[in-house]
Structures are given as structure tokens and as C-alpha cells.
Design a protein around this ligand. Structure first.
Ligand SMILES: [Fe+2]
Ligand SMILES: [Fe+2]
Length: 243
């Protein structure tokens, strides 16, 4: 069985605790499906760069509303596949539902940091209609391409959160105290800051990246090139905070 191919680019932010220097990993596309997934991702990256520039708080909110969709779509379709074919899902459904929940917690965190404009809320509503239906259809036509798209999205998410960290470290974005919901979800100390949260969010995105590239590899009949899957930081099991 052939191997997939990746480029690993060391992160410019020096590793201190093993997470800060999260490497940028790029799956080298092979074939039309991968090329399509990469091209689609680059198009959306260009749109996001043009629309948000360096407003990373707003960028995070709008993009997390989109990022939380694929896991739930994939879980739904895999669930239906498992029922219809009466075969085991090999853990894919729970993994994808966990991804969707994790992305929604990113949103619940960043909404405490920045407030979207009215126009951004309209963009979110429109984007959800288009992206949910589009991704659902893509997953039905080619689940391999759909997971590869998410893998490439997550590669970009790791880069975007690295840039957000650079803005915080340069003092251009204030390093405010971490929102309470983030402290609860990632089990942070009372004095945790936004920087701590962004590091953890970036580690989550690296995990999603490796999982989705791994699913796409499996559906392509490839052995994943990753030596290991980037681990999730520990999360609270009970995500709801008490009033
Ligand atoms: Fe996210
Ligand atoms: Fe993600």
C-alpha cells in the first residue's frame, strides 16, 4: 500500500512546552481529488485574508462558525452509512462529533473576546446555508475529498492561530484574561490568558488536521505519512458551565 506524503515546516515560535512550536504540516496533494481540495482551500483562504486582514478575533469567530459544520455532516453521513450497511463505523462517528463540539467550543470562547459586526453576522448566516449544503453534497459524492478539504482547512487554521499568537506577542492584540468558559473547557488555571487559549485552540486544530488527512488517506488506500497524530489538549467532559 503506498504512503501519503507530507511537508513539515518548523514553526517560527520557539517551542517551550512542546505545544508553542506546533509544526505546520502540509499534505502534498496527489491526484485530482487532493488538488481540488487544496485549490478550494486556497480560494477560501484568499477570501478570508481579504475580508478580515489582521482582525484575528473577528476572523476566528466567523471561521469557527464554518469549521464546526464538517464534523457534524461527516458524522451524520457515516451514521447513516453504518445503519444502512449494518457495519461498524470504526469510531469515525464519535471522532467527527467530538470535532464538531470542539470547534463549537472555540466559537463559544472567541465570542467572549470579540463581537461580530452586523455584516459579519449576515455573512455567517449566508455562509452556513451555502457551506452546509455544499459540504453535505461533496461528502455524498466523495467523502475522501471532503476529509481532505477539512485537512487543508485545518492546516490553514494552524497557520492563522500562529499569526494570532504573533499579534499577541507583539502587543498588537491585547493578551486579555482567558474567558471563563475557556478556563472550564481546557481546565486552565485562574490566571490563564488569551495566549494560553490560542495555543490550546491551535493544538486542537492540529489534531483535526491529522485526523482528517488520516481519514482521507484511508479512503484513498494510502498509509498516512504522519508518524503520529497531534494529540488533543485535555478537555472537560462536561462542557456546560454552571450558571
Ligand atoms: Fe477551531
Ligand atoms: Fe479545526
Amino acid at each position: 500500500m503506498p504512503h501519503s506524503s507530507i511537508d513539515v515546516i518548523a514553526n517560527p515560535l520557539a517551542p517551550v512546552d512542546g505545544r508553542i512550536g506546533e509544526s505546520s504540516v502540509h499534505h502534498v496533494p496527489s491526484g485530482f481529488s487532493d488538488q481540488f481540495a487544496q485549490g478550494f482551500t486556497r480560494l477560501l483562504r484568499f477570501c478570508a485574508d481579504t475580508f478580515f486582514a489582521k482582525r484575528y478575533g473577528h476572523r476566528a469567530i466567523v471561521l469557527e462558525t464554518v469549521a464546526a459544520v464538517p464534523g457534524m455532516v461527516g458524522a451524520t453521513i457515516q451514521h447513516l452509512n453504518s445503519l444502512r450497511r449494518m457495519v461498524d463505523d470504526e469510531g469515525w462517528i464519535r471522532t467527527l462529533m467530538e470535532e464538531a463540539e470542539n470547534e463549537r467550543m472555540h466559537l463559544m470562547t472567541f465570542i467572549e473576546i470579540a463581537q461580530p459586526t452586523v455584516f459579519e453576522r449576515l455573512v455567517v448566516m449566508l455562509a452556513q446555508w451555502i457551506f452546509y449544503v455544499g459540504f453535505f453534497l461533496l461528502y455524498l459524492v466523495s467523502s475522501r475529498t471532503a476529509h481532505r478539504v477539512v485537512g487543508y482547512f485545518e492546516e490553514e487554521a494552524v497557520i492563522s492561530y500562529t499569526l494570532y499568537l504573533e499579534e499577541i506577542d507583539a502587543g498588537r492584540s491585547p493578551n486579555v484574561p482567558a474567558p471563563y468558559i475557556a478556563k472550564h473547557y481546557w481546565k486552565l488555571s485562574a490566571d490563564a490568558t488569551l495566549r494560553d487559549v490560542v495555543l490550546l485552540v491551535r493544538a486542537d486544530e492540529a489534531h483535526h488536521r491529522d485526523i482528517n488527512h488520516g481519514f482521507a488517506d484511508k479512503l484513498s488506500g494510502l498509509i498516512s505519512a504522519q508518524a503520529h497524530v497531534a494529540p488533543y489538549p485535555p478537555h472537560a467532559d462536561e462542557i456546560r458551565v454552571k450558571a
